[in-house]
Design a protein around this ligand. Sequence first.
Ligand code: SOE
Length: 365
Amino acid sequence: MAYVTDTRSTTYRAAIIGTGFMGRVHSHAIAVAGGSVAGIVGSSPERARAAAASLRAEAVYEDVEAVIEAADVVHVCVPNHLHAPIALAAIAAGKHVVCEKPLATDVDAARAMTEAALDAGVVAAVPFVYRFHPMVREARARVAAGKLGRLTLAHGSYLQDWLLHPGDDNWRVDADKGGALRAFGDIGSHWCDLLEFVTGDRITAVSAQLSTANRRRSGREVSTEDIVTLQFATGGGMIGSTVISQVSAGRKNRLLLEISGSEASVAFDQERSETLWVGGRAQNAELMRDPETLTPEAARYVTLPGGHAQGYQDCFNGFVADTRAAIAGEAPDGLPVFADGLRAARIAEAVAASAHSRTWVEVPR
Ligand code: SOE
């Protein structure tokens, strides 16, 4: 695979804490990157034992400290309110960390985690994995090469439907586990990260509205939002908007990002991730993911020949491979780290403040 660098001299013995869907995705990426799963901890010993084979775990632990001790790198895949204590314990033990997003449920915790990782000199990565789609890298390379001209407008959405009905439930719905901003923290954070990653620009001010479509789920009151509409301005002079929703029937995981400049536009659609739309005044093109024609930055993340669809898991594989390369002392371009998770927490805080005050709010740099 193109993105796997020579990291064989560095071991990658991982602990996975959390055995749900994300734990499985991490486990597979660890295997592809040539690592191993030294141990896992689940929400209960029974759940961990049941998941051990599918997570390729060498051992099941009941104790977070013990599994941290057994590993080189700790993958934190538990509900959001537990990210900070576990990641800080891993960093204090001198271990590298991969922590799911949102990094923390507030800015103070995200800052403490970021500073602790910097002080300890460990690699601390956050899976903003859509950065690892080859066609996202292609869009970024085109922006950097000036092919879009002066950027003027960015817009799009991130839509899902898995929380459409009042009976649909998950720990993310509860503010004490997932954080006060749920849909924005879970998927809006991905959209904003991708916008800033592709354009190299920064959101400087936001105006947001929140809506909770299902005020009751599974017989209890819910305070977290299902929908966010967001307008923003950037330091580089773009304006834009996005819609974040987890109640959009028929949209499964549809992240759409369109960026326009004075010369051209690009649009990336996560559900059609084999292609990148390139808009021009005279003509448009639908670029296929073809390693022969992509820029080297994009081709680095190609794992299959053109036309053989690669997707979400491949992004994770690329992300963990680059995390491993960083641990081996390399500096892979675009690895999302705790500072990016802190950045997302700052944007989320501004979004919440704007929605509550019904005003525009500045986002600190
Ligand atoms: C659920 O909304 C989820 O799994 C997110 O938590 C992930 O970050 C996103 O990539 C896919 O959807």
